[in-house]
Design a protein around this ligand. Structure first.
Ligand code: SAM
Length: 281
């Protein structure tokens, strides 16, 4: 079926092998070559499914060098599947340069969707999911990480981070410092695996929990943080009156009201009435 030249971007399980889709298994069996992030890791998956397709390694350090060879094969009519160690390729994983080059060369790039830790965690977090921002791995060094969280402190969308077991304690402490201890969050550990742990609560509580000696910290983590609440309400009426008073002293009423709407965020009607009341005093 997959003998026409195409680059298949195939999602693989993030833990539970039952999450490999039948379509993914079929594509992986039928392509000419599988480009895998770590061929030893992927071999276990392929052996489990009885897939004997040859593999080549494609990781973040050799992706650019492998590009021309892979493109040449695609241009000769071969089909290639890209997989990463777990989940969806390109999502905090290699593949971006290959996909871009293949598309630029007019080669079909075909998605074979499946697990992704960020989306899996979001689907069970009970945090707003209509809009979210995937932030990948935060910086490794504390100063850069604090600065990164500081820039995100006012972001209204749910934030999703990947984090390694070595940094999860420090990262949660830095999130608590920058987003506030009361900000609602969730830690999702070892999703779809035997020791899957989902823990929701205020960031301060989660940071204390993760720092406790008895809390298991090995494994893989996704951290989700509720977005910032809407900015403080528009200025109260006394402030709007002060602004209007200054503006109407210098400008025609209509223009003063226009500017006051922009400055205070209050409805035009309200400001117009205030301006008229002020003039008739
Ligand atoms: N491409 C993958 C995906 O689609 O989710 C992500 C690859 S990234 C290199 C690996 C990170 O994803 C881990 O450090 C962890 O933050 C997260 N992750 C992957 N599998 C996970 C799992 N089963 N449970 C929790 N987090 C996981």
């Amino acid at each position: 079926m997959s003998n026409t030249a195409a680059l298949y971007i195939v999602a693989t399980p993030i833990g539970n092998l039952e999450d490999l889709s039948p379509r993914a298994a079929r594509i992986l069996s039928s392509v000419n070559l599988i480009a895998a992030e770590d061929t030893r890791t992927s071999r276990k998956l392929l052996v489990h499914f009885g897939i004997g397709t040859p593999m080549i390694s494609l990781h973040e350090h050799n992706e650019r060098e492998q590009l021309s060879g892979l493109l040449a094969r695609l241009q000769q009519g071969q089909s290639i599947a890209l997989i990463s160690d777990a989940g969806t390729p390109l999502i905090s994983d290699p593949g971006y340069h290959l996909v871009r080059a293949a598309r630029a060369a007019g080669i079909a790039v075909v998605p074979v969707p499946g697990p992704c830790a960020a989306i899996t965690a979001l689907s069970v977090a009970g945090l707003p999911s209509d809009r979210f921002a995937f932030e990948g791995f935060p910086p490794a060094k504390s100063a850069a990480r604090r600065a990164c969280f500081g820039r995100l402190a006012a972001e209204p969308r749910t934030l999703i981070f990947y984090e390694s077991p070595h940094r999860i304690i420090d990262s949660l402490a830095d999130m608590t410092a920058e987003f506030g201890a009361a900000r609602e969050a969730m830690v999702a550990r070892e999703l779809t695996k035997k020791f899957e742990t989902l823990r929701a609560g205020p960031l301060g509580v989660l940071a204390d929990w993760i720092a406790r000696a008895e809390t298991p910290r090995q494994g893989e983590f996704v951290v989700l943080v509720h977005g910032a609440e809407a900015r403080a309400a528009a200025p109260a009426l006394p402030e709007a009156e002060r602004v209007l008073k200054l503006l109407t002293a210098e400008l025609p009423t209509r223009q003063a009201v226009d500017l006051a709407v922009g400055i205070t965020g209050l409805p035009r009607n309200t400001l117009y009435k205030l301006a008229l009341a002020h003039k008739s005093r």
